[in-house]
Design a protein around this ligand. Structure first.
Ligand SMILES: Cc1cc2nc3c(=O)[nH]c(=O)nc-3n(C[C@H](O)[C@H](O)[C@H](O)COP(=O)(O)OP(=O)(O)OC[C@H]3O[C@@H](n4cnc5c(N)ncnc54)[C@H](O)[C@@H]3O)c2cc1C
Ligand code: FES
Length: 275
């Protein structure tokens, strides 16, 4: 909920739990002191009071009101400090901002989701939203790429996602394997094949590092998806989050307000979209 009098004010949230996902990624389970609703794909600014803030997409089920999960990779100043925070400490939340994934458009279709690294965080929120009404979708296919087996996030639950519906399937690939890894070894693009998808009635949703999004987008266009069927999460550098500062500009759009999810046709001709 955005406070119209002071859009930069935040709601305090207690850290209920910290889950270590990988050597560089942790999931923070937060209990806000007031209700904050969100739609899968929207983002919020997480504030360390007196220190700074950074944008993150909730990774939990938007139907769960008791807590919000944020899955956060160590990248710099704010995220390093967040990684040092413990259960019982308090952060601030402002938002949600941006537009969520258009679930109404997705209904009745084959949903082809491709994630890379911590990009699985917003996609987990999307998957939970799809699982809430799993029979409303024709197929839900997830392909996830991780650098190595130890970098896979949501290890304790990822295999259970297959059981969420007969129409759900998933495959994980690691860039490099180890003795424990029995799955595919190679970039995520190497598992984007042998797809049983009705391209005429499908959408693809991609989230991950910019270089991964670029090559996955080119690959899925080769597979037969049209520009209008490809939904990309454009995590541009952001500051205000509310369409005022211009930091997140992509051509005529503000990623914070008009995105962060865009169909490829809207942005493909704009400069530097993969930077
Ligand atoms: C809409 C949105 C949703 C996001 N969701 C998540 C999420 O769910 N989980 C997660 O781990 N991260 C997410 N991010 C990225 C996250 O916001 C950045 O990692 C964070 O701002 C880094 O802050 P910092 O102070 O720790 O690093 P800084 O000290 O600010 O920067 C460290 C390095 O990261 C780069 N950087 C900073 N911000 C971004 C950015 N937005 N994209 C790419 N590089 C950046 C800087 O250029 C610098 O090289 C999201 C970003 C956006 C815009
Ligand atoms: S972050 Fe300020 S305009 Fe988008």
């Amino acid at each position: 909920m955005i406070n119209m009098k002071n859009p930069y004010s935040y709601i305090e949230a207690e850290i209920l739990d910290v889950i270590e996902e990988s050597p560089t990624i942790k999931t923070f389970r937060l209990k806000p002191k007031a209700d904050i609703g969100f739609r899968a794909g929207q983002f919020m600014d997480v504030t360390i009071p007196g220190v700074g803030e950074a944008p993150f997409t909730p990774s939990s089920n938007h139907d769960v009101k008791e807590y919000l999960d944020f899955t956060i990779m160590k990248a710099g100043r704010v995220t390093n400090l967040l990684h040092g925070m413990k259960k019982g400490e308090v952060v601030g939340l402002r938002g949600p901002y941006g537009k969520g994934y258009p679930l109404d458009i997705f209904k009745g279709k084959d949903i082809f989701i491709v994630g890379g690294g911590v990009g699985l965080a917003p996609l987990r929120a999307l998957l939970y939203a799809l699982f809430n009404e799993v029979d409303d979708y024709n197929k839900i296919i997830l392909k996830y790429g991780s650098r190595s087996p130890k970098d896979i996030i949501y290890k304790s639950e990822i295999d259970t996602w297959r059981d969420r519906g007969k129409n759900v399937s998933l495959e994980v690939s690691c860039d490099t394997g180890d003795d424990t890894w029995k799955g595919n070894v190679g970039l995520v693009t190497t598992i984007l094949k042998d797809l049983d998808i009705n391209m005429a009635n499908a959408v693809s949703i991609v989230c991950g590092p910019p270089i991964m999004m670029k090559f996955v987008t080119f690959k899925i266009l080769d597979l037969g998806f049209k520009d209008t069927q490809v939904y990309l999460s454009m995590e541009k550098n952001m500051s205000c989050g509310i369409g005022k500062c211009g930091h997140c500009r992509i051509g005529p759009y503000y990623a914070c307000k008009d995105g962060p999810v865009f169909t490829y046709d809207k942005i493909k001709d704009l400069p530097n979209i993969w930077d």
